[in-house]
Structure formats: C-alpha cells, structure tokens
Design a protein around this ligand. Structure first.
Ligand code: AMP
Length: 283
C-alpha cells in the first residue's frame, strides 16, 4: 500500500494505471474509518484492479459553526485499516494542495442541494460536489463508491457525474449499522453512552415507518414519525421528510419509490439516517 500526499503525484500514478488498462476504484472518505467505510472499499476490492481510498477532511463542506476543527483524524489507525483491507493507494492531500488561496471554481447541483440537509447546511453540497469532482479528475476512477446513508449526497453526485460527463460510475452501497440499528458514522464518537442509547430511537422509528408505509397514507406515516422523534429526550429535529427516490422532490401517495430521510440532533451531535420504501403494486 502506498500513501500519496500530493495531488499531482496521485494523478500521475492513476493515469499510468489507466493507460495500463487497469480499472480504478475510488472510495472518498473523511477518515475515522469504520465498518461502513470498509464495506465500500471491500466492494472496490472485488470490482476493481486498483483501489484508491482518499482521506481528506474537506474544509469547504463545513459551515462556519460546524465541527471542522474537532472532526476526528485518527490517521494512523485509518492507514492500518486500509493496509489490512488491501487498499492499493491512500490519498491524503493537504488542504493547501486541494484548495489553494486562489481557488475560485465550485460545482453546484441546482435544486437537489436546496432541500433536506441543504436547507440546514447551505454550502455543504457545493463543497462536496467540488471536492469529489477534483478527486475524480485526480484519480480517473472507473467506479466510485458512496454510502446510501448519505442519500442526498449520493443522488447529487450521481447527477453531477451524469451532467458533467464524468467517466466514473457511481456505485451506491447499503448502510452498515450496529446490531442495535444505529447507522455507523464517524460522528457517533461524539455521543456519550446515554446519547447513543437515545439515538437508537431514530433507526427504530424509521424501521417502523417502513411497515406503516405498506398500507397507510404518506402524511400519516410522516406525522407518526415526527411524533415519535419529538419524544426523544435531549433532541432537536432538523427535518423528517419523504422524498422521491430518483430526484429528491417531495413525494406524494403516487410516488412508487420514496426515501424517508431524517436529520436529528442528539445533544450537540447531528445524526442523519434514512430508509428506502417501495409501494407494492396492487393485485
Ligand atoms: P465520510 O467519511 O463520512 O465522508 O463517508 C465516506 C463515505 O462512506 C460516504 O460515501 C458515506 O456515505 C459512506 N458511509 C458513511 N457511513 C456509512 C455507513 N454506515 N454505511 C455505509 N456507508 C457509509
């Protein structure tokens, strides 16, 4: 496994693999790797000749009052995990290398970034789309792996890749959860034991919504979820919304495939989760 700290060097290496006919897989991460990340890089291991994992806490996707400075950065542990999982290259650029003082170009995916998390984190998805397009241009991936856990991010990046003619195929990967149901996240390390116990209510509530969705009206399902989330102690809801699976527009009872996405603060930690629900056709 090679650790590459410089974008130009990474680009040269990736280009050489591309010319040699190797298929390249990219797993973009912000580090503090857990089983969710490992599921992504294992998929790349299976599909691709070369797996590149990027570890970069991207400053431009954090708002002014968010957790950029305190975001966990256990780089030694992350490299061990990558090594154990047969990653070929870990790309760990510096902030200056990725975003010089003169950086002026940003990627905006209109409409899809103006709802759900985008309403509460205004510059977030522009930051994500910009850094991911840079990573695509640096590593020439045939495939790039993203978690369904960050559903809005996944959909925005699929749209970006299509609209901007990137050669990269976006591969969605299922959410990895603790046995308790809590979706794994690097931010779970902020939670106290008590907060972690409380957080389980989020995934439990969404799971129950999947059952209700089969035979109940959409608004009923939504109201029920909101009522249950409101009862979680020490919490605050940013949103609980049912959207169209394909384009993230607000769903109605005729939408066949929907995503119920929520963002809830537990104490000082913001957690997101979602479930995908499909209406069975009648008859
Ligand atoms: P992050 O390091 O949080 O930026 O995440 C890097 C990638 O891992 C993103 O594509 C996430 O959607 C994905 N990811 C994060 N948590 C999980 C999880 N619990 N299960 C599957 N994928 C995840």
């Amino acid at each position: 496994m090679k650790v590459i700290k410089n974008a130009l060097q990474m680009q040269k290496i990736a280009l050489k693999h591309l010319r040699d006919g190797d298929e390249i897989g990219l797993v973009p991460t912000m580090g503090a790797l857990h089983e969710g990340h490992i599921s992504l890089l294992s998929k790349s291991e299976k599909n691709d000749d070369i797996t590149i994992v990027s570890i970069f806490v991207n400053p431009i996707q954090f708002g002014a009052n968010e957790d950029y400075l305190k975001y966990p950065r256990p780089i030694k542990k992350d490299l061990d995990i990558c090594r154990k999982n047969h990653v070929d290259y870990v790309f760990v650029p510096s902030v200056d290398d990725m975003f010089s003082q003169e950086h002026r170009t940003f990627v905006e995916v209109q409409k899809m970034q103006d709802i759900l998390c985008g309403l509460f984190r205004p510059a977030h998805f522009e930051g994500v789309a910009t850094v991911v397009s840079k990573l695509f241009n640096i590593s020439y991936p045939d495939r790039a792996y993203f978690g369904i856990k960050d559903f809005q991010q996944l959909k925005i990046l699929e749209k970006m890749a299509r609209d901007l003619n990137f050669r990269t195929k976006i591969i969605p990967c299922p959410t990895v959860r603790e046995r308790s149901g809590l979706a794994l996240s690097s931010r779970n390390s902020y939670l106290s034991e008590e907060e972690k116990n409380i957080s389980l209510k989020i995934s439990k509530t969404l799971k129950e919504a999947v059952h209700e969705f089969r035979n109940k009206d959409l608004n009923f399902v939504k109201k029920n979820v909101l009522n249950k989330l409101r009862k979680i102690p020490n919490s605050r809801i940013d949103y609980a919304e049912i959207v169209n699976f394909s384009n993230l527009s607000i769903a109605d009872n005729n939408t066949k495939r929907v995503v119920f996405a929520v963002a809830v603060w537990i104490g000082k930690t913001r957690l997101i989760d979602n479930v995908i629900m499909t209406k069975r056709s009648k008859g």
